[in-house]
Design a protein around this ligand. Structure first.
Ligand SMILES: [Zn+2]
Length: 449
């Protein structure tokens, strides 16, 4: 087949194409826009008005939205341009109060079907829910969950995903579903947002090997990935900035129209954005500062960014990395954390009673397990071997840690990238020693609470 392009009376040379109109190249949408430029609807009182600019229709290539009753005009334009409307793929939506008997609209003589939900340009709209994007949230959460499961399913073929590669895969495959259309959808319904957040939280917990009891703030502070609520509002605000600068686009008039409503104290898109931005949760750093579970992450140098993929997550041996991760993020098997949570037949144990299962004198904390407890010979042997290894690789360690408490020394060790694999191996071995013995409150088969 051969084509020519005509513009302003000029006709191009003919050219051959064996593939019809190319999909995906930049020329095809432009040619389609040129083709449709004489589809003009006269202004109508039923048109949508944005900043006093009437908007009667929108087009995404050949997907057309009409905002008022102009079906006859569309039929006539298609007839003289050799186009055929697909009635089966066309439908009508009513927003606002739905009348008991819906009007009958016809297209090419056939009645137009009414629908309560429709997906246009990838965004699903619903006319029967108080939030017209409710089904969009559901659809994107479903898709994101499915992709997340497939991505994490790689474990059965390649072993546990390293966090760095896992976060890359998350951003490439899962995140696009969770932020889809977030630049136009303020998250005013937290229950809808929670569906998307659950996908992110579950993915990151499984990637790091943490339980459902682990602190959510860690999932961002340790991987460098923003919490979804922050990421979505940040992208929305960036789009708002773009819209306010795009004075020749309809989106500019849409924002101005919404601003006028906001100034008149009417509920609108801008007032939703303001509400979302002003009701954000407390900052991640303040969550860490006030949590007893963040003793180790809180000791980082002040210059360390809040969001960052941490060095200890890059320890190469998965079992060792997992043990160190759980120790740092207070999701380990030691009594300080394990007895914090209530379980069936046992209430939460006060911190002072979460005693070491070996010496039964001190609270069983990571520092006590790694550096202090001398009630088990195996622990002492592991500790001596670890310190010998550390001094071999870092002879200045003793001088570097003079005057530090044990918790400060552990925080210092977590900053030493070179010896993190040694610390992770030691942690793995120590936790293994503790794991094979029940916590002190369970000794002799009796419950203390
Ligand atoms: Zn002890």
């Amino acid at each position: 087949m051969r084509y020519v392009v005509r513009a302003d009376g000029d006709v191009s040379e003919s050219f051959a194409s064996g593939h019809g109109v190319l999909a995906g190249d930049s020329a095809s949408p432009i040619l389609w826009i040129i083709f449709m430029c004489d589809l003009i609807f006269p202004d109508d009182p039923d048109d949508v008005s944005l900043n006093n600019v009437p908007v009667s229709h929108l087009e995404q290539a050949d997907d057309i939205v009409l905002f008022s009753l102009k079906l006859r005009i569309l039929e006539a334009w298609c007839a003289i341009n050799f186009l055929c409307i697909n009635v089966k793929k066309s439908s009508g939506m009513l927003f606002g109060p739905i009348p008991r008997s819906r009007p009958v609209l016809t297209l090419l003589g056939s009645p137009l079907a009414w629908t309560e939900s429709y997906t246009y340009v990838g965004v699903t709209l619903q006319s029967t829910h108080r939030n017209i994007f409710a089904r969009h949230y559901e659809a994107k959460a479903r898709k994101g969950r499915s992709v997340a499961h497939v991505t994490l399913g790689l474990k059965s073929m390649v072993g546990r995903l390293p966090p760095r590669e896992g976060t890359h895969l998350y951003m490439a495959r899962v995140d696009p579903h969770l932020i889809h259309a977030c630049d136009i959808i303020p998250d005013v319904d937290l229950s809808l947002l929670a569906q998307l957040e659950a996908v992110q939280v579950t993915f990151l917990r499984r990637l790091l090997g943490l339980s459902a009891c682990s602190m959510r703030a860690f999932l961002s502070t340790e991987t460098g990935l923003e919490p979804l609520q922050y990421r979505r509002i940040r992208l929305l605000l960036r789009f708002l900035k773009y819209a306010l600068a795009s004075t020749d686009h309809l989106i500019y008039h849409a924002v101005q129209s919404s601003l006028a409503l906001a100034r008149a104290h009417c509920p609108c898109w801008i007032s939703d954005v303001v509400w979302v931005a002003s009701s954000m949760a407390t900052s991640l750093q303040s969550q860490l500062n006030t949590s007893p579970l963040a003793l180790l992450p809180n000791g980082r140098p002040a210059a360390s960014p809040v969001l960052r993929l941490r060095e200890y997550l890059q320890v190469p041996i998965p079992e060792h990395r997992l043990a160190l991760t759980r120790l740092v993020l207070a999701d380990h098997c030691l009594a300080e954390v394990r007895l914090r949570w209530a379980e069936r037949y046992r209430a939460s144990v006060p911190r002072d009673s979460r005693l070491c299962r070996f010496c039964e004198e001190c609270v069983e904390t990571p520092v006590h397990a790694l550096f202090e407890c001398v009630a088990d010979e195996q622990l002492c042997v592991l500790r001596r071997e670890f310190l010998a290894d550390m001094l071999f690789h870092m002879p200045s360690l003793r001088e570097d840690t003079v005057g530090m408490s044990n918790i400060e020394a552990l925080r210092h060790l977590l900053q030493l990238r070179k010896t993190l694999p040694l610390l992770a191996r030691f942690t793995h071995a120590v936790l293994k020693v503790f794991a094979i013995r029940a916590p002190a409150l369970f000794l002799n088969g009796t419950l203390a609470v």
